[in-house]
Design a protein around this ligand. Structure first.
Ligand SMILES: Nc1nc2c(ncn2[C@@H]2O[C@H](COP(=O)(O)OP(=O)(O)OP(=O)(O)O)[C@@H](O)[C@H]2O)c(=O)[nH]1
Ligand SMILES: [Mg+2]
Length: 301
């Protein structure tokens, strides 16, 4: 499957649900009037785009419909896609890995797909010819380290690990030493899942950050927050909570393949102004795409 086909396939459930409803509105209302726009707004809200973002999209669409005298179904759909795309294009989606080495810190709540996403990203970087080290800084469970090790092997990355229960910051410290020692290009740090309201876990994250900033002050740093796209509106509040604790540089939206709630991506970006850098559309190593607003919108409407 090609790049876009894969995305389209992954976003199938969201598209099915959105397309069907939008087509229904077009067939129910013979002209594009206020009633039509109300109904369309309702559909956007129901598809997890979020209230404020849906209202904004419809307001912009209303202005365009008037100005450009749009009535044709295809023209209105095209304008709708463009409005969504404008929201999604907040910033550069590429990873800032300018320095050698660079660091990617991966954070998020339990089970959202952090470790899997690290495997996919490490694989992508390795295919670009980069030497990657991963740090197993989720020291809560022995199984977490094993899982990361499997992904590291698949991706051809080196793993730095320690025994269960050690201070995660010390694993990160060791991984930084190893990164320098072998002249790796990128260090990716896996962390334990944490709830944003558990203070000691958030403090632990701060400690990890401090160690990285102290030992590699000049390194380019990405802090990627991983979010499970299938959680819908809850995902938006997760981003808000984490944003207060860490300088998030990008989002990774996972599990968009199994959900009809893919519209949430638009709400998350609009409400937080943080770019989505990757989206996960499956459990395999190449089921991850660099986010592209135009393709994404085409894949859902
Ligand atoms: N369908 C689908 N499943 C995914 C995707 N990303 C991750 N998963 C699955 O989600 C589950 C949890 O993934 P992990 O990578 O272990 O999540 P985690 O955030 O590291 O979890 P903790 O370390 O326990 O906090 C696994 O079964 C993955 O296969 C995705 O994009 N699509
Ligand atoms: Mg994990």
């Amino acid at each position: 499957m090609g790049f876009f086909e894969k995305l389209k396939h992954g976003m199938n459930k969201t598209k099915e649900s959105l397309d069907k409803k939008i087509n229904n509105v077009f067939s129910t209302f013979r002209k594009v009037d206020e009633e039509f726009l109300d109904e369309l707004e309702e559909i956007l809200i129901m598809s997890d785009i979020g209230m404020d973002t849906s209202v904004k999209i419809i307001n912009n669409l209303r202005t365009r419909i008037k100005k450009e005298k749009l009535q044709d179904e295809e023209d209105v759909k095209k304008a709708l896609r463009e409005e969504m795309k404008n929201i999604l294009n907040v910033a550069d989606v590429s990873l800032n890995l300018d320095t050698k080495p660079s660091v990617i810190l991966v954070i998020g709540v339990n089970g959202v797909g952090k470790t899997t996403s690290i495997g996919k990203i490490a694989n992508r970087l390795a295919m670009d010819g980069k030497k990657v080290v991963v740090a197993a800084a989720d020291t809560f469970r022995a199984a977490a380290v094993e899982q990361l090790e499997i992904w590291a092997n698949r991706a051809g990355a080196e793993i730095v690990k320690r025994e269960e229960g050690v201070d995660p910051a010390s694993v990160v410290y060791e991984a930084m030493r190893r990164t320098n020692e072998i002249g790796a290009d990128v260090l990716i740090v896996d962390t334990a899942g944490r709830l944003h309201n558990k203070k000691y876990l958030m403090d632990e994250l701060k400690k990890i950050n401090k160690v990285i900033n102290k030992e590699m002050p000049d390194a380019s740093k990405e802090v990627l927050l991983v979010i499970d796209g299938a959680t819908g509106q809850n995902a938006i509040s997760q981003v808000k909570a984490f944003k207060e604790e860490a300088d998030i540089t990008g989002l990774v939206l996972t599990k968009l393949d199994g959900t009809a709630k893919g519209g949430v991506v638009i709400g998350i970006v609009e409400e937080n102004k943080i770019p989505v850098k990757f989206i996960g559309v499956g459990e395999q190593i190449d089921d991850m795409e660099i986010f592209n607003a135009e393709d994404f919108v085409k894949a859902i409407i």
